[in-house]
Each structure stands twice: as C-alpha cells, then as structure tokens.
Ligand binder design. Sequence first.
Ligand code: FMN
Length: 143
Amino acid sequence: MADAIGAHRVGIRLAPGNPLTGLVEADPAPVRRALVDALEPLGLAYLHLTDNSRYPALRDLRPRWTGTLIGNTEFGHPTTPEAGAALVEEGRADLVSFGRLFISNPDLPHRIATGAPLAEIDETRLCTNGPEGYTDYPAAPPR
Ligand SMILES: Cc1cc2nc3c(=O)[nH]c(=O)nc-3n(C[C@H](O)[C@H](O)[C@H](O)COP(=O)(O)O)c2cc1C
C-alpha cells in the first residue's frame, strides 16, 4: 500500500492481546515487536494501538516507533478525555482516538471543549444490523 499511494497515506491499527471473540494470545509481545520493527522504516502515517492490562502495548511498543502513535485505553470501558490526556502527558501516545464516546456524543469535541456532560453509550446496541445504536444519539442542547 505504501508503494502504491505513499507511506504518508497509510496507517496501521493493531489491537494486541485483545480478548474479544475468545482470542487468546499467551504472549502478544514478540510478534508485535517484530512487526513494529519491520514497519518502522517505512515511514507510515501512524501506528494506532489499544492498550491492554495483559499486554501494555503502548508502553512496550512506544520506544520502537519513532512516528506518530495513536492510542486507546483498555477496551473494558470507553476511553475518556481524562484518560486520553494522561496517555499524551505521560508520553505513551501522541494522539488519542475516541470510539464509543464519539458514537454516543456526535458533538464530542464541542462537549469536551465546553465541559458539557458526556452521554454514555449503550453497548447492547452495538454490532447489530443497521444504523441504530450508531447514528441516533443527539447532540447536546445549547447551554
Ligand atoms: C462496535 C465496535 C467495533 C469495533 N471493531 C474493531 C475492530 O474490528 N478492530 C479493532 O482493532 N478494534 C475495533 N474496535 C475497537 C475500537 O477501534 C477502539 O479501539 C475501542 O473502541 C477503544 O476506543 P474507545 O475506548 O474510545 O471506544 C471496535 C469498537 C467498537 C465499539
């Protein structure tokens, strides 16, 4: 892909040690270290990692990646603005992405900037057939 469209237009997302769907990895580190080492010289736009208490991917792989690193916190609960800020302040990531909170708060940047309360996501409505649970959360009323 980097050869075809330029490395600066290609990013990679890894979720090492993700236990969802019954996935079990005894030790996610060796394969991810080798993969990141192989990708490092390509100059990709970003590496995007989820952190994980079983395998602290951000801490382990950050020293091996000189490019832009995007992080999420552990999947057990949605990445919060406070936890995301801590990732950046501690140098564990350059940028933070928001998944579930962006679904339940379509105006998330505005809410963070203004301190408006954040709506919680109903995870029982995820991964169903259709837009319900993804596109039906309202923006915050004007304050
Ligand atoms: C409905 C849904 C589907 C997801 N699918 C994937 C996936 O296929 N692959 C992946 O690596 N992460 C997947 N994720 C994880 C997200 O990319 C993200 O890392 C995770 O939601 C953590 O961010 P958050 O705490 O802001 O939600 C999914 C998350 C949600 C909510």
